[in-house]
Design a protein around this ligand. Structure first.
Ligand SMILES: Cc1ncc(COP(=O)(O)O)c(C=O)c1O
Length: 424
């Protein structure tokens, strides 16, 4: 009797995310992971060039994090966070507030990036509602991505995900991401739009729009937009779900922008890839709008696993690592390495628009490729066959590898990218 492998058994009952199963029926079974490596069922090693969707930044199965969580598991596993509190959550609030932009004061927990932004949007809408002003429109960047729940989908501009739900979404208006050329036009368009006083909040991915294929924008332009919106009492919501925890070269992308957001959404690397969790942080001013003798002015949102002690412990261990000399040196090493690689391939005829923000590196291929087309699949297969897990986004190839990726592993990633240039 032959035992079916994971790929075959998977087909019976599983439905995967972002997958049209008729076109892509095969899932690769992964059995182990360590550092920057994933190991499949056949024993092949793959370099995790996107840190499993930007989560495992300190490396898979990091011993330091595992030890901390293992210890916590024996003390307290889970408890309701309404009416109770616990050391991992309190300690995490103390440590995270120290490294967040200085105006952040309060933390609201949830489970994933979508719920973090959903809560940010609800905070913005209810903030104005609680003060009795009717502001029911959200503002967002074109091509932004903020998650898959209804509020998050509404503010996301990538229509490939939203089609069937368009008519159920909340009201959103979009502005272009700022460049040196368009910023004056954006500001004057906003100045006249803001006169209507019905925009509740503005949600944005600071500096890098991840799902839009690592599109990068101008910090000065973004700063001007934020300053103007805050003057008009529009709550600014930085979605740092992708950019948070060192990837842009600073702890948070918002550290590189003078105007600090009213609300920040965090997830992914928050828990170092070990356990799902998210946090929506906010200023004292936002919190105060909900603080009242009137029960219904509270934020009545809550998830069962809110502030799970194990997830909080993983986050605390992750924050300790982020601030360590070792990880900070690794971040600088990868930044330098990507820069050198960018310079090396810059003039290749198939390469356009090389860009880098911290350890996030991207380039466009000078070839038209559909986001979910055949050529994209061919590139993906090429990388996998060469032991590198990269997920091209249309004609964009990007690298967002764990901080512990070795120089040898980076070299292997670069070689596989250079090889791709000869097959497109
Ligand atoms: C900027 C941003 N916001 C929100 C999300 C949604 O996060 P999740 O997939 O955990 O719901 C993502 C996911 O990629 C993201 O990149």
């Amino acid at each position: 009797m032959t035992t079916k492998n994971l790929t075959e058994r998977d087909k019976n009952h599983l439905w995967h995310p972002l997958t049209q199963h008729k076109l892509h029926p095969e899932m690769l079974g992964i059995v182990r992971a360590k550092g920057a490596l994933l190991i499949d069922e056949a024993g092949n090693e793959l370099i995790d060039g996107i840190a499993s969707w930007y989560t495992c930044m300190y490396g898979h199965c990091n011993d330091f994090i595992l030890q901390r969580v293992h210890h916590q598991m024996q003390q307290l596993d889970q408890v309701v966070f309404s009416g109770f509190t616990h050391e991992p959550a309190v300690k995490l609030s103390e440590e995270l507030i120290k490294i967040l932009p200085h105006n952040q004061e309060k933390l609201f927990f949830s489970d994933n990036g979508s719920t973090a932004t959903e809560i940010g949007i609800k905070m913005a809408l209810q903030y104005h509602y609680n003060y009795g002003s009717k502001r029911n429109v959200m503002l967002a960047f074109e091509d932004g991505f903020h998650g898959d729940t209804f509020g998050a989908m509404s503010v996301s501009g990538l229509s490939v995900y939203n089609g069937p739900f368009e008519e159920f979404l909340i009201e959103v208006e979009r502005i272009a991401v700022p460049t040196k050329e368009n910023i004056e036009a954006i500001i004057s368009q906003l100045e006249s739009r803001l006169e209507q006083q019905n925009i509740a909040g503005f949600i944005y991915e600071p500096l890098v729009q991840g799902a839009a294929a690592m599109k990068m924008h101008d910090a000065d332009g973004l700063n001007k937009i934020l300053r103007l919106l805050q003057r008009h009492n529009v709550l600014t919501i930085a979605d740092e779900v992708m950019t948070g925890f060192g990837k842009t070269g600073t702890h948070f992308a918002s550290d590189q922008i003078e105007t600090k957001p009213d609300i920040i959404c965090l997830s992914k690397a928050l828990t170092a890839g070990l356990i799902p969790m998210a946090i929506t942080s906010c200023t004292q001013d936002v919190y105060d709008a909900f603080y009242s003798d009137d029960l219904v002015k509270g934020l009545f949102h809550g998830h069962t696993y809110t502030a799970n002690p194990l997830a909080c412990t993983a986050a605390l261990a992750g924050i300790e690592l982020l601030q360590s000399e070792e990880i900070q040196n690794n971040i600088q090493r990868i930044i330098k390495s990507h820069k050198a690689f960018g310079a090396e391939i810059e003039s290749h005829s198939k390469v356009a628009n090389i860009r880098q923000c911290g350890i996030i590196f991207a380039l466009d291929l000078n070839v038209k490729i559909e986001r979910y087309g055949n050529l994209r699949d061919k590139l993906f297969k090429h990388f996998m066959d060469n032991g590198v897990f990269l997920r091209p986004l249309g004609n964009t190839i990007y690298v967002l590898a764990p901080y512990v990726t070795t120089n040898e592993q980076l070299k292997k990633i670069y070689i596989s990218i250079k090889d791709v240039l000869s097959i497109v």
